[in-house]
Design a binder for this molecule. Structure first.
Ligand SMILES: Nc1ncnc2c1ncn2[C@@H]1O[C@H](COP(=O)(O)OP(=O)(O)O)[C@@H](O)[C@H]1O
Ligand SMILES: [Mg+2]
Length: 245
């Protein structure tokens, strides 16, 4: 039965989709059968990040309309044989939390990990979906607006009963930490109040790779960070190192 991991943030552009792609990729490369479900209705992007833009035959919209079974709408990601993607529809499609929860339930037995990209914006159905997850990865950047939104989101999940949360701080840059915006990582963690699972550097090599639909280069600092977070998800002890360019 798959462990369901929801990747979410208060603010858009924090790197949720990039993190879903990176963690999905590293978990799959470590041998774990993984599915990413993209909930960014009307604004899908993971097909481009995985170089599958022209290969997507079906998406979540077909499943929601009852035209496809979820398993038949899933595409195998060419760059990692254990990685699978259920794309968001290209148009806004009405959806309920119950439908997404039911889709997860129906395909859980085929995967070890289901990663849910909650997409832009937060509304009550996203809360209802995410609170069902086994683990919530709350994503923030060192930007104070982002930190405040992540804190509010995390509190809301906590109040709704989901206490299984970990924090990812993305787009770490030495020009930001210690100088312009925040003093150190501890300040971010204290403000959000969620245990850290990893930090991901601002890495131009990764932006180029995902923009072109190429695998993240093996010498990219971000890939090393994803690898470490995946291993921590699996329960391995990997010490935290913060490397920025
Ligand atoms: N660690 C990172 N280093 C460099 N660029 C990043 C990083 N994380 C995300 N990005 C870039 O930031 C932009 C927004 O990321 P995205 O994953 O689409 O955010 P979200 O899904 O939260 O809206 C994209 O252009 C992406 O390539
Ligand atoms: Mg996104």
């Amino acid at each position: 039965m798959a462990k369901i991991i929801a990747v979410t943030s208060g603010k858009g552009g924090t790197g949720k989709s990039t993190i879903c792609a990176g963690l999905g990729y590293t978990l799959a490369k470590q041998g774990h059968r993984t599915l990413i479900i993209e909930l960014d209705f009307g604004l899908r992007c993971l097909d481009i990040m995985f170089g599958m833009e022209n290969d997507i035959k079906s998406d979540l919209g077909d499943v929601l309309r009852g035209e496809k079974q979820a398993l038949d709408a899933i595409g195998q990601v060419p760059m990692a044989s254990n990685l699978n993607l259920l794309c968001a529809p290209k148009t806004l499609t009405s959806v309920t939390a119950e439908q997404i929860v039911e889709i997860c339930r129906s395909i859980k037995k085929y995967f070890e990990y289901i990663i849910i990209d909650t997409g832009a914006g937060i509304n009550s159905h996203v809360f209802n979906i995410v609170e069902q997850a086994n683990l919530i990865l709350v994503v923030t950047t060192p930007d104070p607006v982002c930190i405040r939104d992540a804190s509010l989101m995390s509190d809301e999940f906590y109040n709704r009963g989901n206490k299984s949360q970990r924090l990812i701080i993305n787009k770490i840059d030495k020009k930001i930490i210690g100088e312009a915006l925040v003093n150190n990582l501890d300040e971010i963690i204290d403000k959000i109040g969620v245990q850290l699972i990893g930090v991901i550097p601002n890495d131009f090599k990764m932006t180029v790779a995902t923009g072109k639909g190429h695998p993240i280069p093996t010498d990219s600092m971000a890939l090393r960070a994803f690898d470490a977070i995946s291993k921590r998800l699996l329960g391995e002890y990997i010490p935290l190192t913060v490397k920025t360019s």
